[in-house]
Design a protein around this ligand. Structure first.
Ligand SMILES: Cc1cc2nc3c(=O)[nH]c(=O)nc-3n(C[C@H](O)[C@H](O)[C@H](O)COP(=O)(O)O)c2cc1C
Length: 321
């Protein structure tokens, strides 16, 4: 997620789940080929398994970028066919590619020819006036024939004219049933459902009808939810007990990063929702938000914020299901 799932965020999330697949922000092929690669798509080995999401529509450039990503050690390459922003439309990539299934198939085939790691696509159920039954079927058929290793479906349409990217994440209605039907029609195609999944319980309810669930905003805004992912989804022990453990476990990383010149707030901004639903969460958030931006702020600001909040999991009744 742009501006959200940077390498600091992913490192923090990985402390709470050792098994969930983490995704980078979208990186355009132009940026990967010509930009500061270490800055843009560098990552810490601790983040594995991690997928790089690419934005682009030129099969050759995508293939080159996929190879670069594989050489850097990424575990999966994902092509963005869901972003509706004007900038992305001008570049003829993102959600507008839902109208060009065969071309997306060519992109997938080109990437597949250059890498061994899985190549997946993230799409919508349709765009604009498309009929999602037909459009998603045609799209899935084209990428499946091209050898795609999985399809992540954001279960709502994107409206390319008239809605902002933010509105396009909330206004078009969700249709999880459409994604279930896609999986039923393509048993051999790994299908991951995305959109509006607000809790792990809600995620688990889909897992008998699709191969996986992608959580976006709920995972970012209430990261404590990740503490239950390994036991509830993967049948493995939870790496940490409670949100406070996650904050404390991040301190050595923060110290390393501060030494490299990273500002405290660049890391701690991803922690502001960590205690949502725990007594003291508001005081924690306010203290951290105001202190972490001060010049020279160090881990003592985080320690002081942690002293303001209880050491336990949120009350289930206080958080949205
Ligand atoms: C701040 C923000 C940035 C996003 N950036 C991306 C992105 O770079 N690539 C992408 O495929 N989706 C992006 N999305 C969409 C999410 O991945 C997801 O599809 C959407 O939020 C619906 O899932 P959710 O209800 O679980 O959040 C972004 C969403 C948000 C809120």
């Amino acid at each position: 997620m742009m501006e959200w799932t940077d390498r600091h965020c992913r490192f923090f999330h990985r402390l709470m789940t050792r098994h969930a697949l983490l995704y980078t922000e979208m990186a355009t092929t132009g940026a990967v080929l010509h930009g500061n690669r270490a800055e843009l798509i560098g990552f810490d080995p601790f983040e594995h398994p991690v997928a790089l999401q690419l934005g682009g529509s030129d099969p050759r450039a995508l293939a080159q970028c996929a190879r670069i990503a594989q050489d850097l050690g990424y575990d999966e390459i994902n092509l963005n066919v869901g972003c509706p922003s004007d900038r992305v439309q001008e570049g003829r990539f993102g959600a507008c590619l839902m109208a060009e299934p065969e071309h997306v198939g060519d992109c997938v085939a080109a990437m597949k020819a250059h890498v061994k790691v899985p190549v997946t696509v993230k799409c919508r159920i349709g765009i604009d006036e498309q009929d999602p039954e037909e459009a998603l079927e045609t799209f899935a058929g084209a990428v499946e024939r091209a050898g795609v290793d999985g399809l992540v479906v954001h279960a709502r349409k994107a409206w390319l004219k008239g809605l902002s990217p933010r509105q396009n994440r909330d206004v078009p209605p969700l249709d999880h049933g459409r994604v279930h039907r896609l999986k039923a029609a393509h048993p051999g195609l790994p299908v991951v459902l995305n959109g509006g999944i607000a809790s792990l319980e809600a995620a688990a309810a889909h897992l008998d009808r699709v191969d996986g669930v992608m959580m976006g905003r709920a995972a970012y805004q209430e990261p404590w939810r990740l503490l239950d992912v390994d036991p509830l989804v993967f049948g493995a022990a939870a790496p940490l007990r409670a949100p406070k453990d996650a904050a404390q476990a991040l301190i050595p990383y923060i110290e390393r990063e501060l030494e490299r010149g990273t500002r405290l707030s660049a890391i701690t901004r991803h922690m502001l929702g960590l205690f949502r639903g725990v007594p003291g969460a508001r005081a924690f958030r306010r203290h951290l938000a105001s202190e972490s931006v001060k010049p020279g702020a160090g881990t003592d600001a985080l320690e002081a914020a942690l002293a303001l909040v209880a050491d336990r999991m949120p009350e289930p009744a206080t958080v949205a299901a």
